[in-house]
Design a protein around this ligand. Structure first.
Ligand SMILES: C[S@@+](CC[C@H](N)C(=O)[O-])C[C@H]1O[C@@H](n2cnc3c(N)ncnc32)[C@H](O)[C@@H]1O
Length: 427
């Protein structure tokens, strides 16, 4: 459609005042992002070379996410929808963006939400709060630590302090300031951390989890990442699963790897025992991701860690250094960050809440939080010297992959994504 003038076009579109506001001052992406533009900044941070076009796609993707519950959507040809680029008249560009935005709104309303009824939920314009009965609301690390420290030593560390992104060492300093011997504090906190994860995850299964809601979709996401790196077949290759918990995730993965090649690492011996009950052939090691004791340098083909890097008291830089150390040259690093919760509304119906809880044991879920963490990890992974960083944002998780340098050229493939700059945004 090539309308003669943009007023004409606007009359045809008849946009809502909100929609007009979104595009008239050329801050489409910023205004479309209900969380104050953070996702635009985040896109820039993922990939400094992201173009305005990438960001507009990202912004529309975010809008669709708010509207439909989908994690991401690829939107092509947004701002110049159907128009001759040589026409620099700003009204025309505004109108074209309006047309695209309206089209997408219509598309969401009449297409995607109908074809994905499970994704239907009210527009998420503010950070939603998880219900108090929700599994994750009931297991706040800050509460757990505050209560146990009070029971054991009579200490009163405020929950507000424990809610910050502290390391165990930071907490130990506070305890020693209250008179506890520093080594004893460290030992006690290590034990407490294991206790805490066991209280939360020993009996955990995917019925509590957005991954269970979408069937085996989460597993297809992982396979997609593996395939991107040419690691779709892991049989005969060593797989290290860091934060393997009670071993659930190895289940579907046995389609592509042999459990005897899998080593599961977790802080909790009890959880590792559960994992071995599920998969007796696998090897397990009880240690922390930041000190992979007993795992030789340059020995692992693929290092996988699902939903563990964002755990409380997790030392991400140290864990990444360990990942680099244990991987073989050319070995694959694959990390996921949870990108949603399953919550239950008052009538008991499950619904999807996209994002991650805000820092601080809060029950509020921020749609930007997974991407903030991703940005942080991305920088650290790159600064360690990993190559071919690849980000994939999916319905249940956000993934980041990379290779330790030294791969033979034969394994290197071109990116199959729409973007050739390492950033893929798909639903
Ligand atoms: C959120 S659960 C994820 C479990 C499983 N990977 C999944 O995706 O369902 C995090 C797991 O990581 C473990 N964990 C947390 N911090 C760890 C650390 N520093 N080193 C090793 N494991 C850790 C916990 O014990 C827990 O089993």
């Amino acid at each position: 459609m090539q309308p003669d003038n943009w007023e004409d076009l606007l009359r045809k579109i008849n946009p809502s005042p909100e929609m007009t506001h979104m595009v008239t001052d050329n801050t489409l992406v910023k205004d479309i992002d209900h969380d104050g533009g953070a996702s635009r900044a985040t896109l820039w941070q993922h990939e400094e070379r992201a173009s305005a076009y990438d960001m507009e796609c990202g912004g529309f993707g975010r809008e669709m996410q708010h509207e439909s519950g989908l994690a991401w959507a690829v939107v092509r040809s947004v701002s110049d929808f159907g128009f001759d680029k040589s026409n620099a008249e700003s009204g025309m560009r505004t109108a074209s963006a309006l047309l695209a935005a309206t089209f997408i709104r219509e598309f969401i309303a009449s297409g995607i939400s109908k074809s994905h009824p499970r994704a239907l939920r009210p527009a998420q314009t503010t950070s939603p709060k998880l219900s108090p009965q929700q599994h994750y609301s009931q297991h706040s690390a800050s509460d757990y630590f505050a209560n146990r420290l009070s029971d054991e030593f009579g200490f009163s560390l405020p929950v507000s302090l424990l809610s910050r992104e502290l390391s165990l060492g930071d907490v130990a300093i506070h305890l020693s300031a209250q008179g506890l011997d520093r080594d004893e504090a460290n030992r006690f906190l290590e034990v407490l951390r294991v206790e805490y994860f066991e209280s939360k995850y020993l009996e955990y299964d995917y019925s509590l989890d957005i991954r269970g809601y979408f069937g085996d979709y989460w597993y297809q996401e992982i396979r997609e990442m593996l395939a991107w790196y040419g690691y779709e077949n892991l049989v005969g290759r060593s797989l290290l699963d860091v934060g393997c918990g009670n071993g659930l995730e190895i289940g579907p993965l046995v389609e592509v790897c042999s459990p005897s090649d899998v080593t599961g690492v977790d802080l909790s011996r009890q959880m590792l025992a559960r994992a071995r009950e599920r998969h007796p052939e696998m090897t397990t090691i009880a240690c922390s991701a930041d000190a992979l004791n007993g795992i030789e340098s340059d020995s692992v083909d693929a290092y996988m860690s699902l939903r563990t890097y964002m755990s409380r008291f997790f030392d991400v830089p140290a864990a990444l250094r360990e990942a680099y150390r244990v991987l073989k040259p050319g070995g694959l690093l694959l990390i996921s960050i949870a990108n949603g919760y399953l919550d239950y509304s008052a009538d008991g119906a499950p619904h999807v809440v996209t994002g991650l809880k805000e820092v601080g044991g809060s029950s509020f879920v921020s749609a930007d939080r997974p991407f903030e963490l991703l940005t942080r990890y991305h920088r650290q992974i790159r600064s360690l010297g990993f190559e071919r960083l690849h980000v994939l944002s999916k319905l249940t998780d956000v993934y980041i992959g990379a290779l330790k340098p030294g791969a033979s050229d034969a394994r290197r493939t071109d990116s199959p994504g729409w973007s050739n700059n390492g950033l893929s945004v798909e639903h």
